[in-house]
Design a protein around this ligand. Sequence first.
Ligand code: ADP
Ligand code: MG
Length: 542
Amino acid sequence: MSTYGIDLGTTYSCIARLDSNGNPEVIRNNEDDSNTVASVVFFENENNVVVGQAAKENIETDGERVVQFVKRYIGKVDSRTYEFDGKTYTPVEISALILTRLKNLVEAQGGTVEDVVITVPAYFGLEERSATRQAGELAGLHVLSLINEPTAAALSYCARQFQEDRTILVYDLGGGTFDVTVVKMTMTQNDSGNDVQKITVLATGGDDRLGGFDWDDRLFNHILHVCCDENGLTPEEIEAETRQDIRSKVEEAKRKLSKKQSAKVRIDVNGSRTEITIKRAEFEQMTSDIVAKTMNFVDATLEKVPNVEIDTVLLVGGSTYMPMIINAVEAKFPGKVQQHDPDQAVAKGAAIYASMLVEEVDSLSEPGTEPSGETPARAEQLTSKFTVEDQTPRSFGPGVVDTNGAKHKYVLENFIKIGEKMPAVFTKTYYPLEDNQERVLLRAFENRSTDDTLIPCVDEEGNPQATDPAHNVKLLGELVVNLPPNTSRDTPIKVTFKVDASGVHVEAVNTKTNETFETFLRTDSDVDIERSAVHQLRISSD
Ligand code: ADP
Ligand code: MG
């Protein structure tokens, strides 16, 4: 089996597949003796780039050569780049290095990685999604699809125990981000009358700057201060090597405190050994405000769906191993909390989804063939058991000309609005602006507005700009629709936008000739738009 699910995390990444019995399993990272790989890259020199725990061990001593939290920058408009040994790396390229490391884990154990599903946060827009997909391709992976992280977690949970209708709150506390998602699982029947479990995202919330790292920081500062007090030093007098030593040990101590009531840390400060014992109760006290902060985000997210009753709370993310988190969530939702391999659930859900997709492709390409006795039929059973319904992360629509009124206005018509059920499809008929127009340049936009119509920012020539601060209007790309000679301005052109978790599919049909033009918009291709206002579609003004 060469189909894998990948959780490309802000701080840790994970790769999983289905085993021969159809159960999801994570590929061990034997080098770091872990189920995950730290999403950290160390550019030691031009010939050596290290990914994982070994990279992490250079953060304090060689920080300027270490890249971490790259997921925060992937696909962002004002994204940054990194430069090492005369080479420039984009967040996509750094992410590809992390993905390559995951691929290598499989290969080192004799496997091959071909088709993958990569997970993304539910709030990622199209550019972040495209960039993630591009990173996968750069790492030599065939990206079947992307899936939202909370949906993947819910999928791995319901693969464990088949559910009746219920509403699940996914509390995902990772290393650098905190995501709250309310998902609804419903039992419906498909066209063939089989039971199908549908997963619908109802609300999302959280903070992309809150995570396990905040707990590490508190512990780091605590240990640093004890080292100072015991040795009569100020924090500035503690050397970089000592800081690195503390940095390397806090995470380990934190993990120990999830299992035991106390943890010992030994630090060499200027040649003398300082031994510090941290009690779990003490650690919980110094971080109780951050726990409370996460619960406030839970409340804020629940306020978005006031009439919804939560049946189950699913704890996801490595930081939910901390008993203080389990206790806080349990106190708010008594008897409803579930936790199963929180640092692996997302990758496992992605693996389940990936195999569902491969089964679907196989059954489409070989109609009528039964799965052979050796092939685990589990994935195929899953295909008929799950459908995934997400929310659109942004609004999408074409830029067209409104000819009503004295002056022509270039407007954005929002076909599909942020928060709508996804996959989403919308079709509308437009007309060429003029008679004998040779072609139409159909522009597709993404934005955060819920208005039906927006007037995009336009430059002096009347052409739309790529960004608009108020509604975050972004030009995604352009579809060239060629028109035959003598096309009249009354020729209906049917425009369809289809949005799913992977991107936006735009189609235009000349209904006179039935000629179809289509494109899949992924913003990784540099949008190189001819700045001309003439070839447009118009809204029917009759
Ligand atoms: P990501 O943030 O990339 O989604 P994870 O969900 O794997 O990654 O979460 C990583 C965070 O979980 C890190 O801050 C890590 O220190 C923390 N973590 C992992 N295991 C434990 C544990 N046993 N106890 C406490 N924290 C843990
Ligand atoms: Mg995560």
